[in-house]
Design a protein around this ligand. Structure first.
Ligand code: S3P
Length: 428
């Protein structure tokens, strides 16, 4: 990945915009590529995210034997009759989701597989999936005793399990569900807060039997025959749309309509926090296919500080952008219980506070979060993304208020290839 820079000029006016081409949902697109391998018929995917992360997952599906036909609008994924051992390593690029979900799938498939990624992904913890997978019989090794990629997986028969996860992570849950449906009997998985549930919704939509009881315990029944194929239009990604939600919330007299987002409750918590800070937000549900889908309208209002310490898994990806709103808001804001931020595409606690400091914002850093002293007039600065797409885009939004030079922005292409062109639209 080359390292390019982005200069954002101050926006000296308000904007009113409806955006119907926000990047497609990254989580759902990864799952489309991976889950299509569980059927014996072609899956039809419209609006697949053509970002680097999800294209890497699609490429891996091809390396495992799927035929991929792409007419620019629709991607047709025809699975092989039996997944084949690839003749090369499987490169997940920057994508933790790709690596962790493929680890869960491949642990239960006969063959030898090597999963690797870019330098950022190779430094992220994988023990959270390799440890529980090993405990049910998977043969996995990697650097640091299986904690860091490259990971080598020798797939085979897996035992059923009853696993209580120490972290609320959809990637860990999905890896274990993919292992569980290949297991010998019923398996059970429990997390303390329901993390994003696209895996359960999509696999059940394909005919699997995964149920969640009122205590949040997930029962995973093995599949006895191939699942039905997917036929899906991927909704827009609320985490990508959130950058423009923050833009409307911090630029006086602005309003933005973000079209056709998934309104899955595990994905829109950050909008609820922005609402709590004072922004005017309306949710318009339009349809329900695997997930509720609709528009979110965000309108400027003066913002006030907020404490974010609950439902962290529901807004973990939006915290960098939310931090820009916190810096603009009057009063103090606090983020707690968010230690997971330290192991994302960068250490997002340190990336957020150290870059905010360059803009003149006062902060306190905690092991699991930070306090931001809001209301300071932001100053133009040169910041570095640390190779993290969400840091680059969050500070680009801050740049609308004060101007910004952002180093290392090629990473934006992992999730939101048309981000810069949409940012330019705000200028009219
Ligand atoms: C994702 C889950 C989240 C999120 C990531 C995508 C997914 O990670 O941060 O961007 O698609 O399952 P964790 O599950 O590790 O928290």
């Amino acid at each position: 990945m080359s390292s390019i820079n982005l200069t954002v000029e101050k926006l000296n006016k308000s904007f009113e915009l409806s955006i119907d081409n926000i990047a497609s949902d990254k989580s759902i697109s990864h799952r489309c590529a991976i889950f299509s391998l569980l059927s014996d018929k072609p899956s039809i995917i419209r609006n697949f995210l053509r970002g680097e992360d999800t294209l890497d997952s699609l490429k891996i599906a091809g390396m495992l034997g799927a035929t991929i036909e792409d007419d620019e609008e629709t991607i047709k994924i025809t699975p092989p009759s039996k997944l084949s051992e690839p003749n090369d390593i499987l490169d997940c690029g920057n994508a933790g989701t790709g690596m962790r979900l493929y680890a869960g799938l491949l642990a239960g498939i006969d063959g030898s597989f090597v999963l690797t990624g870019d330098k950022y992904l190779r430094s992220r913890p994988m023990k959270r999936v390799t440890e529980p997978l090993r405990s049910i019989g998977a043969l996995i090794d990697g650097r640091e005793s299986g904690n860091k990629a490259p990971l080598h997986i020798r797939g085979g028969k897996l035992k059923s399990f009853n696993y209580i996860s120490p972290i609320d992570s959809a990637q860990v849950k999905s890896a274990l569900i993919l292992a569980g449906i290949k297991g010998e009997g019923k398996s059970f998985y429990k997390e303390s807060l329901l993390s994003r549930d696209h895996t359960e919704r999509m696999l059940n939509g394909m005919g699997a039997n995964i149920t969640t009881n009122s205590d949040g315990e997930i029962e995973i029944n093995p599949i006895t025959k191939p699942l039905n194929p997917l036929n899906i239009t991927v909704p827009a990604d609320p985490s990508s749309a959130f950058f423009f939600a923050v833009a409307a919330a911090i630029i006086p007299n602005s309003i933005v309509t973000l079209k056709n987002l998934t309104l899955n409750p595990t994905r829109i918590e950050a909008y609820k926090i922005l609402e709590k800070m004072g922004a005017k937000i309306t949710y318009i549900e339009k349809e329900n296919l695997y997930e509720p889908i609709g528009d979110i309208v965000v309108e400027y209002a003066p913002l006030e500080g907020v404490v974010v310490s609950e439902n962290i898994a529901w807004l973990i990806d939006e915290l960098p952008a939310l931090s820009i709103a916190m810096a603009v808001a009057s009063g103090e804001s606090i983020v707690k219980n968010a230690q997971e931020l330290r192991v994302k595409e960068s250490d997002r606690i340190s990336s957020v506070v150290n870059n905010l400091a360059l803009l003149g914002v006062q902060f306190e850093e905690f092991p699991d979060g930070y306090k931001i002293f809001g209301g300071t007039k932001l100053e133009k600065a040169t910041i570095n993304s640390n190779g993290d797409h969400r840091i680059a885009m969050s500070f680009a939004i801050a740049g609308l208020l004060c101007g910004m030079d952002i180093e290392d922005t090629a990473c934006i292409d992992t999730s939101f290839p048309n981000f810069v062109s949409l940012l330019n639209l705000l200028r009219g």
